[in-house]
Write a protein that binds this ligand. Structure first.
Ligand code: NAI
Ligand code: MG
Length: 383
């Protein structure tokens, strides 16, 4: 267990570019370790589609236990399109880990990185700084593996599940996050549930429980928005949003849209957080189309490692881990901003290892230390 500044990390690199971006993130973590007096013990746990093809299991028999025993899990990506289970679906141990470790809050920060070519023409693009909280243990995904196809092949059914307990925890998590972001980044302290309460009873229920639970946070502005309107508004005015909790499938879709807003999957980190455990992974998959070429953008993975340090720091009272998290985030901004790093997905020629090296070096030398924290009011003044 994490003590002081020492942490045990279960590393699950997985398939394809998962293994490549994991290596780049570890180089950055090693630099953070050196500079901030942290101590990591990395324990690699195999698993994924290739592992499944070789062994018939997606994770080793003790894989879940090893993940559970670690202080945090750093996960690359698992899956390969033509390696499939008997029912035709793909292997997805990351979904089993979410359910097995009760990782209900899928945290997907969507933040514009300086130097990345703006995706929207509006100059307020640079102010995008929101977090989608994808509920990750129920919703439509509760039907995974138990959906039915009628015997006569005439129809199929999947059923959505929304529980009071998870909705309450998701709401409290979102409100606490909005409060912390307001203190640290000057964001407005606003939580907006994304639902479809006009049509489905399950979402009307979710909205009611959300507002009941949010009432315990009177300093937080709690609102709601329909998912279809949100898809529009994430393009039209993404800078107006702060924390957006939502159902699992909606969160799956909207977080890819969000990644598109900030330069693509290569820039979109994520954290799967529960009350006891947490797993950190880029939002992207194994990217078979570019795997093995050294051209994957490791930024999403590096920022996921920063989310991991932030969570470890909060949980174990390590101010150094939290400082390291913020230094990594600012070093990424420095690399793509001032230093002009250009990954292949931006049309540049900086490869996976190179970007990892540049960010690690910036962390090690404290190059981003002088950059002020990106507080919203200050960014608006400069916009
Ligand atoms: P993907 O995210 O792997 O790739 C989608 C597109 O984005 C591809 O064109 C890819 O080249 C590009 N891309 C993704 N990450 C990138 C990066 N870091 N730098 C540059 N370009 C990047 O999604 P896809 O193709 O749908 O899935 C491929 C495999 O990954 C499938 O087997 C799928 O099941 C699995 N997968 C696993 C996930 C996980 O482990 N959490 C999440 C999503 C997919
Ligand atoms: Mg997805």
């Amino acid at each position: 267990m994490g003590r002081g500044n020492a942490f045990e990390i279960a590393v699950m690199p997985g398939d394809g570019i998962g293994t490549e971006v994991t290596e780049a993130a570890i180089a950055v973590l090693r630099a953070a370790e050196e500079r901030f007096g942290l101590g990591f013990r990395f324990e690699t746990v195999p698993g994924g589609a290739l592992y499944y093809r070789e062994t018939g299991a997606t994770l080793p028999a003790d894989g879940m236990d090893r993940a559970r025993a670690a202080d945090a899990i750093l996960f690359g990506a698992m899956g390969w399109p033509d390696i499939r289970l008997a029912d035709g679906t793909e292997i997805a141990p990351q979904l089993d880990l979410r359910v097995g470790l009760d990782l209900y809050a899928g945290v997907r920060p969507i933040r514009a990185i300086p130097g990345v070519r703006p995706v929207l023409a509006d100059p307020r693009w640079a102010e995008i700084d929101l977090v989608i909280i994808r509920e990750s243990t129920e919703g439509m995904f509760a039907s995974r593996g138990i959906g039915i196809v009628a015997d006569d092949d005439s129809e199929a059914r999947d059923t959505q599940v929304i529980t009071r307990r998870t909705t309450e925890r998701l709401t409290a998590f979102s409100c606490r996050l909005a409060r912390r972001r307001r203190e640290e980044r000057g964001t407005p302290g606003r939580v907006t549930l994304v639902d479809k309460a006009n049509v489905f009873r399950s979402f009307a229920f979710m909205r009611r429980v959300f507002h009941e639970a949010a009432a315990a946070f009177p300093d937080i502005e709690a609102g709601h928005h329909y998912v279809d309107a949100m898809a529009l508004d994430l393009i039209r005015r993404p800078w107006d949003f702060d924390v957006l909790p939502t159902e699992n499938l909606f969160g799956d879709i909207l977080s890819d849209l969000g990644a598109g807003l900030i330069g693509g999957m290569g820039f979109a980190p994520s954290a799967d957080i529960g009350d006891e455990h947490a797993l950190f992974q880029p939002s992207h998959g194994s990217a078979p189309d570019i795997a093995g070429q050294g051209i994957a953008n490791p930024t999403a993975m590096i920022l996921s490692a920063a989310l991991m340090l932030d969570w470890l720091g909060e949980r174990h009272g390590s101010a150094d881990a939290r400082l390291a998290a913020s230094a990594i985030e600012r070093s990424v901004d420095l690399a793509f901003g001032e230093k002009g790093v250009r990954s292949y997905d931006l049309g540049g020629q900086d490869g996976t290892v190179e970007i990892g090296r540049i960010v690690a070096e910036a962390v090690r030398l404290g190059e981003a230390d002088r950059a002020p924290p990106r507080v919203k009011a200050e960014r608006s003044a400069h916009a």
